[in-house]
Design a protein around this ligand. Structure first.
Ligand SMILES: *[C@@H]1O[C@H](CO)[C@@H](O)[C@H](O)[C@H]1NC(C)=O
Ligand SMILES: *[C@@H]1O[C@H](CO)[C@@H](O)[C@H](O)[C@H]1NC(C)=O
Ligand SMILES: *[C@@H]1O[C@H](CO)[C@@H](O)[C@H](O)[C@H]1NC(C)=O
Length: 404
């Protein structure tokens, strides 16, 4: 196993590479325009983008793919490594447009098998409006595939900085099977009624940082599913959207663990959920161990704090034995604000594998502006509360059993 670099070390490493590139040190530029791209928003530039990437990727030293100002239509693009250059930047000044009405592919822009890539700036416009219209019209399986805008796959040491992602048909930014990924100073924007347009989605990945993001979508602002570990999320403003979610977990039998997730300095406004952990009501196995939420402000959030282990849409194909996902060691510290419904705190845990090791410290949530009107609900939930906790704590005493 190679030594794992911390997020800070990763950022420092990437920033040094970036600074070298910014100084024009040894960086060679490859402008997509020189490879035939036309900034008219109509000419398909996919080939030009890929040619510029291939040249930069094959360069001896630091290399930069340059996308100048203007609108570039790209049908789809898979930027593959491994690269000979250990430091490729993709500097985007302009806007990259997805095809209309549909891209018709599952993944629009992909970086895969790369190590040491920085994507700077730029706007990705997924132009998902026609796809959403099909979904809203009840098209269901007759609609084309929900295209995801940007995917980082099987990669290491990737920095995404200053990106704006607009109107993805499906998930905006996906990090999958990767390690050492930092997403900083990002804006993700789609309408609140756009279906399943998650902002940032993390799966089977470790050492992932999301810092300073403004996210408004029609689904989770940030979702972390199986195999997410050592994730650091800080400085997020979320809304509209479904909040910050761990899950859904447990839809398939063997789920990789979710461990060591830190979420801090987050504002949620007008979202359906605030801080959510959600698992299917199926007896599948898995664990969520070590989640620390802190410094969270909620405004008019429907379910500010929620653990839902009975997720079973339409009651179809979910047996009754309860979720097999164990949730343990989850803390909520300095969480304040308003709930849009009476039940501001809901721990609805699995009857077969109860939640353990939940800690609440200085949690103050009110229902609307009425002090004392919020309620909490606990089922199969064990833990302790410290400081002021409103609505009143309903956790059962800490289960003394070893909660691993
Ligand atoms: C938890 O993850 C953070 C990064 O988010 C990392 O710095 C820290 O070392 C991890 N802690 C453990 C116990 O692995
Ligand atoms: C709980 O999780 C945190 C990370 O959020 C970790 O640092 C701590 O060691 C865990 N505690 C136990 C008892 O496992
Ligand atoms: C699903 O089943 C539960 C328990 O049997 C019941 O309370 C609930 O109303 C059902 N929900 C739907 C949408 O059928």
């Amino acid at each position: 196993m190679p030594a794992r670099r911390s997020n800070l070390a990763l950022l420092a490493h990437l920033c040094v590479s970036l600074a070298a590139v910014a100084r024009g040190a040894a960086a060679t530029s490859y402008s997509v325009v020189d490879y035939g791209a036309v900034a008219d928003g109509r000419t398909n530039c996919a080939g030009a983008f890929l040619s510029a990437w291939d040249a930069a990727c094959a360069a001896e030293g630091p290399a930069a793919v340059v996308v100048p100002a203007g609108e570039f239509l790209v049908s789809r693009a898979r930027f593959s490594g491994p690269c000979r250059s250990g430091a490729v930047t993709v500097d985007i000044a302009g806007t990259v447009l997805a095809p209309v009405p549909y891209a018709g592919v599952q993944l629009w822009i992909v970086f895969q098998n790369v190590d040491g890539v920085a994507i700077n700036g730029g706007t990705l416009d997924g132009r998902g409006q026609a796809y959403w219209a099909c979904r809203r019209a009840g098209g269901g399986s007759s609609c084309p595939v929900a295209t995801r805008s940007l995917t980082i796959y099987r990669s290491r040491n990737v920095l995404i900085q200053g990106l704006t992602s607009l109107n993805s048909a499906g998930i905006h930014v996906t990090v999958q099977s990767s390690t050492g990924v930092a997403i900083v100073d990002t804006a993700v924007l789609a309408p609140g009624d756009s279906p399943n347009t998650d902002g940032i989605h993390i799966k089977q990945s470790s050492d992932v940082t999301v810092r300073n993001a403004r996210i408004g979508t029609g689904d989770d602002c940030i979702s972390m599913v199986e195999g997410s570990s050592d994730v650091w999320i800080q400085g997020i403003s979320c809304g509209p959207g479904h909040g910050i979610s761990i899950g859904s977990l447990g839809d398939t039998p063997e789920q990789l663990a979710v461990r060591n997730i830190t979420v801090r300095a987050v504002t949620l406004a007008g979202t359906t959920n605030g801080l959510r952990i959600k698992t299917w009501a199926k007896a599948n196995s898995g664990i969520v161990d070590g989640v620390a939420f802190s410094d969270v402000v909620m405004r008019d959030v429907r379910n500010p704090i929620i653990v839902d282990q009975n997720y079973c849409p339409g009651n179809v194909s979910c047996p009754t034995e309860g979720s097999g996902i164990k949730i343990t060691n989850v803390s909520y510290t300095d969480v304040v604000g308003t709930s849009a419904t009476p039940v501001a705190v809901r721990f609805d845990c699995s009857p077969s594998r109860p939640c353990t090791g939940i800690t609440m410290r200085n949690v103050r949530l009110s229902y609307g502006e009425q002090p004392g009107a919020a309620e909490s609900l606990c089922r199969n939930a064990h833990g302790v509360a410290y400081g002021q906790v409103v609505p009143p704590n309903c956790l059962a005493d800490q289960e003394m059993l070893c909660y691993k």
